[in-house]
Design a binder for this molecule. Structure first.
Ligand code: NAP
Length: 341
């Protein structure tokens, strides 16, 4: 017995902004699962800027998605039938899934499938308990070596990683948290609803002047999700011994492997005895358990929460992905496909 399912495949490689025109919605026949295989019904998909990089031909941390192949993403799926002894019908798993209503998958991706708890809303697996919170946790602590009293500046502050980073910076004793976001409405939101003490609107403010005004003694820790002009403005305004955490570079659009121009003001790293360091979350995988214990405690204490922007319908997957690059989201971007049975 096979099951018919909608399926998004990659139609063409985007060279700039990704959009619905780069994908094709078709149907596929999903077979019964064989040995080691699992039949899942898709419930939710997470959207992450890194997926844009998977569409580029060239070197990456994984093979690029081929033209005509199903698009994939982090998903929550309900197990309908299983040839894998680790998963039983009714379980809800978190793992890399194709953008389909139903799929037969194997637990062999870069990150192993996990069974998710149903003690809290399912979407929390992507938002407050998701990889973006873990990214902020390790970026601030291990790379940024956050210290009590630090003046912390965060770009992409209204997004999933950035909004978690702002709260985590406060939890770790930052004296001031300055967030950068696009437009007055998001800037108001990161201060009034989020953990930022002040905001910079990168679309309208004079960046370097605003950083100098808000951090007159310099920025101790810059958690950078964007790169580009924001990075240059902060490099001009570093405190002695500052740390610049290179988490992401979404200002580049991740539109190819031709790298963007480097930061103009990097020589201030010398003048301020500062360091700038990138990282990949996956390298901290052995420490995920202890991080999740801390995160769980802060969630229970009401100190940590992540907003969610949830759209609905598998047919809207490509448009939802595009929204990450046009600033449609506040907090974590999620697509709901179906309720569990
Ligand atoms: P997100 O911040 O929830 O969404 C992306 C945000 O980027 C948008 O909301 C938009 O906010 C902002 N943006 C888009 N284009 C921009 C531009 N040209 N200049 C400035 N801001 C722009 O996404 P996320 O999943 O939390 O990821 C945030 C960053 O962390 C990304 O760069 C991602 O690649 C990186 N990341 C790195 C790791 C790692 O292991 N190093 C792991 C996870 C994520 P505005 O409306 O404010 O423009």
């Amino acid at each position: 017995m096979t099951k018919e399912s909608r399926q998004w495949t990659l139609k063409s490689r985007p060279t700039g902004l990704v959009g619905p025109e780069h994908f094709e919605l078709g149907t596929t026949q999903v077979p019964e699962p064989g040995e080691g295989e699992i039949l899942v019904k898709s419930l939710y998909f997470s959207f992450d800027p890194t997926q844009r990089g998977w569409l580029n031909e060239g070197p990456g941390y994984m093979d690029p998605i081929q033209i005509g192949a199903p698009m994939i993403g982090s998903g929550l799926g309900q197990v309908l039938a299983s040839g894998d002894p680790e998963f039983a019908p009714g379980d809800i798993l978190n793992g890399t899934l194709p953008w389909q209503d139903y799929a037969v998958v194997k637990n062999e991706g870069m990150l192993p499938f996990t069974k998710v708890s149903t003690d809290f809303p399912l979407t929390w697996n992507f938002s407050v308990f998701g990889i973006t919170t873990l990214t902020a946790y390790f970026g601030l602590r291990e790379v940024g070596e956050i210290k009590e009293g630090d003046v912390v500046l965060i770009s992409g502050a209204a997004g999933a990683t950035g909004s978690a980073a702002a709260q985590l910076a406060k939890i770790h004793g930052a004296s001031k948290v300055i967030g950068v976001a696009g437009g007055p409405e998001k800037c108001k939101w990161i201060v009034e609803e989020g953990a930022c003490d002040a905001a910079i609107d990168y679309k309208n403010d004079d960046l370097a002047a605003k950083v100098a005004e808000l951090a007159p003694d310099g920025v101790d820790l810059f958690y950078d999700n964007t790169g580009g002009p924001i990075l240059d403005a902060v490099l001009l305004n570093l405190a002695e011994g500052a740390r610049v955490v290179v988490c992401g570079g979404i200002a580049s659009g991740y539109s190819g492997w031709e790298m963007p121009e480097g930061p103009k003001n990097y020589l201030f790293l010398i003048l301020k005895s500062a360091k700038m360091e990138g990282f990949l979350l996956f390298t901290y995988a052995p420490k995920f358990g202890e991080a999740m214990a801390d995160i769980g405690k802060w969630v229970q204490e009401g100190k940590l929460t992540v907003a969610e922007t949830i759209s609905e319908g598998l047919e809207n997957a490509p448009a939802t992905m595009q929204g990450l690059f046009t600033g449609k989201n506040k907090g974590k971007t999620i697509l709901k496909v179906a309720d569990p049975d």
